[in-house]
Design a protein around this ligand. Structure first.
Ligand SMILES: Cc1ncc(COP(=O)(O)O)c(C=O)c1O
Length: 429
């Protein structure tokens, strides 16, 4: 049991709560990960707060003007107040699929389910794995992963997380590691979650790596492994280098093999810059599945949603759907991505000046919201020092890595942020 759960249980000892808690209730805790480190930064990081997993400018959330317009644009009463259908508003589901195909040309001509609306991507991951993971099942996760997977896989599902190094010795995607992990998995059924652009590293496979990864997965399927591949596309679209694969692995795996079921988890959250709307999607594909098969799986997904949150936010779906019809929508959205790209470019350029630094080594990054350093010493010590001495908020991971969010650092602050982080590292380590 997680020590934090044990602490909470000891506080509750002797009470009616402790006597009534289920096994799940006993295992549950609130992690001291990104959320609690961000909360600390909110208090103390008066200079720069590079913890936040949203995109900000001058402390305000970035947004797509057409979406904001939805709040003042007199939505019809029936677009605001009623329940949304369990699987989400049909118009939005269709537009989301259309957009997915536009952004992922390899999907064209291939049959998938219609996306099902979830209450954000966390919910999508949780729902999908509730359908496919049993207690004790293994799920393969690269060693750099979003911390919330711990609650979803280990605590909620009682699954066993198998980690494999994301990077190989050449700082490229460790396809061999994934291959080995699949080979070593117990039984024929193997589940994997792939998150690119990756949180926390900001890495996306190159086009060549993506192809090699897909080929490797197909070979495993041919050898008889039954693969469930969940693509966590939270940061999809934030690609900043030419050689990066700009399609989701879901798209590249569409109709790849009858033994591969691919589940695309994506969300308006970051793609459409509506973090608090809580609109995510689940889309399924496998070679040979028919519309009847997809509808049956969608019904099961709806059952899981129904028994969980019943249905998702109606106004959020209506506003998003209306905004996505705007003729200027794509241009407006591009402007937000462009801001991230300019910050990324400056960050890359500025990091060059610190090449060979003995305290901090940047991990490979080419996309997304974040970059991370490998630290020579205790990353948590560095994080606390940055907060207390410099009023700068960062995230420490597993005491070894420090994550910076350039999504929440203004362009004009990036060079100074780096200067401070390197200075602090030289003082702490
Ligand atoms: C990798 C990854 N997956 C999923 C999510 C969850 O997104 P949502 O806010 O839509 O639940 C996040 C959010 O930070 C994330 O970083």
């Amino acid at each position: 049991m997680n020590p934090l759960a044990k602490d909470l249980n000891s506080v509750l000892e002797g009470t009616i709560i402790s006597q009534l808690l289920s096994d799940y209730g006993k295992r549950m805790y609130f992690p001291k990960g990104i959320i609690s480190q961000s909360a600390e930064a909110k208090e103390k990081a008066k200079l720069y707060n590079a913890t936040i997993g949203i995109a900000t400018e001058h402390n305000d959330a970035l947004h797509i003007p057409s979406v904001l317009h939805g709040f003042t644009n007199n939505l019809a009463v029936n677009d605001i107040f009623p329940y949304a259908p369990t699987a989400g508003d049909m118009g939005l589901r269709k537009v989301w699929l259309q957009e997915m195909m536009r952004k992922n040309p390899t999907m064209n001509g291939k049959l998938t389910s219609l996306p099902v609306v979830t209450s954000g991507l966390t919910h999508a991951i949780s729902i999908a794995f509730s359908l496919f993971l049993d207690k004790g099942d293994e799920v393969i996760v690269p060693d750099f992963y979003w911390g919330n997977y711990n609650l979803i896989f280990s605590e909620q599902r009682e699954a066993v997380t198998i980690t494999t190094p994301l990077f190989n010795e050449d700082n490229g995607l460790n396809i061999e590691g994934f291959s080995q992990a699949i080979q070593d998995a117990k039984g024929n059924k193997v589940s994997l979650i792939l998150n690119f652009p990756n949180n926390p590293t900001g890495y996306t496979p190159t086009k060549t790596e993506a192809k090699e990864l897909v080929d490797m997965l197909i070979k495993k399927a041919e050898s008889g492994k039954k693969l469930l591949i969940f693509t966590d596309d939270a940061y999809f679209g934030l690609f900043f280098e030419e050689n990066v694969c700009r399609e989701s692995l879901f798209s590249l795996l569409c109709d790849a093999h009858e033994n591969i079921l691919t589940v695309k988890g994506d969300a308006a959250t970051k793609e459409e810059m509506v973090w608090g709307f809580r609109v995510g999607f689940l889309t399924y594909n496998s070679k040979g599945l028919t519309n009847d098969h997809y509808e049956a799986l969608v019904k099961k997904t709806m059952g899981a949603i129904r028994g969980d949150v019943s249905s998702c936010s109606k106004p959020a779906q209506s506003i998003l759907f209306a905004a996505m019809q705007s003729p200027t929508y794509l241009e407006e959205k591009k402007a937000g991505v462009e801001k991230m790209r300019v910050r990324y470019n400056l960050l890359k350029k500025s990091l060059a000046a610190y090449r060979g630094n003995e305290y901090l080594t940047p991990l490979p990054f080419n996309s997304g919201y974040f970059m991370s350093f490998t630290c020579k010493g205790d990353a948590e010590k560095l994080r606390l020092y940055l907060l207390d001495k410099y009023e700068v908020g960062t995230i420490s991971i597993k005491n070894s890595f420090l994550r910076l969010a350039f999504s929440s650092t203004d362009l004009g602050d990036i060079e100074d942020l780096l200067r401070i982080v390197y200075q602090a590292a030289s003082e702490v380590f």
